[in-house]
Design a protein. Structure first.
Length: 73
């Protein structure tokens, strides 16, 4: 992330980025998925590349649906 901080296409400064990470972590913790995410981070062989991020798809239950924004509606 920090390699792209100075690029205009990266919309956040360090403080905003840290706040965003805290919000994401709060959602993960409230859903009880922290151990799943930790395990995935330790075991995934995916690596981010220019123009492509890695993604962890969480199984959606009723609690997760309130955080999902869908474009197909």
């Amino acid at each position: 992330m920090w390699a792209y901080l100075e690029q205009q296409s990266f919309p956040m400064d360090e403080d905003d980025y840290r706040k965003h990470l805290n919000e994401v972590l709060e959602v993960i913790n409230r859903l009880g998925l922290a151990s799943l995410v930790r395990e995935w981070l330790w075991t995934t062989s995916q690596k981010p590349k220019l123009g492509r991020a890695v993604a962890l798809h969480l199984d959606a239950d009723e609690r997760l649906k309130e955080f999902i924004v869908r474009n197909d509606q």
